[in-house]
Design a protein around this ligand. Structure first.
Ligand SMILES: *Cc1c(COP(=O)(O)O)cnc(C)c1O
Length: 393
């Protein structure tokens, strides 16, 4: 079984590029060039240098002793929370801004929901001195004021999406409209392992630095490159794709994907796509998608803004369908408890997205000698108010 993208842009039956004809030249230009550009020694050198000196990579692989004792297994945390801007998203935006420059683009657009990807994009645009326009639903702008302020401070223009439910998918529609109108000078930075081919593969390759580092770091610490499990939370699936990438074809490594169950899978307020999703098209690709019987996208719900997405990337749809990955869904309350637990046991306050991954230890029992590597996708500073409200701290 092949878990990577094939030449036609598919992971099994998922993926492809379902785009308006007017977008074809942009996506085709990217498709024809992305692998070639990424293979250029100059590109690799600049990417690696920025990951090291600007992002702060390699991120540590930390053996969480007290957490391991509590759950009687061996837990290693891959500290993406220590990256510049506080999460893994910067790995991808650095890669894509360099790609945009190689393709001669001078203007960057992005969509954002909670604002995390918007901030990561505004950051690299400031770094490179490129114009940055971030589309964001009007409702999200009101909900995520600190991230809106960050983007503005970094020099980006934040444009409200005023149509539909005025959230992420409407912002995406606006960004796509912009790209159609500005095909020559503009690059669209998508923030997760989603979108039309080649985006899911390109984003996965930029994020694959995560598992590339895990391999040598784990070898250094345990003498073996392969853990028994790799675990990550999944919104669209970029931190997960990067954490799994170099282990996809290693059958001795179990893959665990953690989704947000919201208030519960059957509550009507959920984002557990692997359970609730059916095949459909979102964001330009065929994947698993939460939808009504007549194909309208269902509004997802999760306490964590980053997992509040009605689909998963096509790689993950394929991993779910083939059974290569085990999917576990975690409710808001279990996630919040796990976030508080990590804070008290290890002195690390995780992002609420990450707390979903941490909650699996209450749901799945590992053997004492199992080595479990978990992507600690982001830090909890942005979620402090949420934690405070929830726990009445
Ligand atoms: C955005 C985000 C996620 C979800 O995005 P993926 O593309 O699924 O990785 C997870 N964790 C954090 C901290 C995030 O900011």
């Amino acid at each position: 079984m092949n878990y990577n993208v094939n030449k036609k842009g598919y992971y099994g039956e998922f993926g492809g590029a379902f785009i308006p004809e007017m977008l074809y030249p942009n996506v085709e230009e990217l498709r024809q060039n992305y692998l070639k550009v990424m293979a250029e020694p100059e590109f690799k050198k600049e990417f690696d240098q920025l990951l090291k000196d600007y992002v702060g990579r390699p991120s540590p692989l930390y053996f969480a002793k007290r957490l391991s004792e509590k759950y009687n297994t061996k837990i290693y945390l891959k500290r993406e929370d220590l990256n510049h801007t506080g999460a893994h998203k910067i790995n991808n935006t650095i890669g894509q801004i360099l790609m945009a420059q190689r393709l001669g683009k001078t203007r960057i657009i992005a969509e954002t929901g909670a604002g995390q990807h918007g901030v990561a994009t505004a950051t690299v645009c400031a770094l490179m001195g490129l114009e940055c326009i971030v589309y964001m639903g009007e409702i999200d702008i009101a909900r995520q004021a600190p991230n809106v302020a960050r983007m503005k401070m970094l020099g980006a223009t934040v444009v409200p999406a005023l149509s539909g439910s005025r959230t992420l998918k409407d912002a995406t529609n606006e960004a796509i409209r912009d790209w159609i109108n500005n095909p020559v000078n503009t690059h669209y930075i998508i923030g997760s392992a989603i979108g039309p081919h080649p985006y899911p593969d390109m984003v996965t390759r930029f994020q694959s630095v995560i598992s590339e580092e895990i391999k040598w770091q784990l070898k250094e610490q345990t003498g073996k490159e392969n853990p028994d499990y790799v675990v990550a939370c999944i919104g669209g699936g970029s931190n997960a794709a990067g954490t799994y990438y170099h282990y996809l074809h290693e059958p001795d490594v179990g893959i665990i994907a953690v989704e947000a169950a919201g208030l519960g899978i059957d509550s009507g307020e959920s984002a557990a796509t692997s359970v609730l999703g059916k095949e459909g098209i979102i964001h330009g690709c065929k994947t698993l998608l939460m939808q009504t019987p007549d194909g309208q996208i269902t509004e997802p719900y999760s306490i964590s803004a980053g997992l509040d997405y009605p689909g998963v990337g096509p790689m993950h749809a394929h991993l779910a369908k083939t059974g290569r990955a085990e999917f576990i869904s975690i409710t808001d309350s279990d996630a919040m408890d796990a976030g508080l637990e990590l804070s008290k046991l290890e002195g690390i306050i995780p992002a609420i997205e990450t707390s979903h991954a941490l909650a699996i230890f209450k749901h799945k029992t590992f053997k004492p000698n199992d080595v479990v590597v978990m992507s600690l996708s982001g830090r909890g500073d942005k979620d402090l108010e949420n934690y405070i409200d929830y726990f009445k701290i």
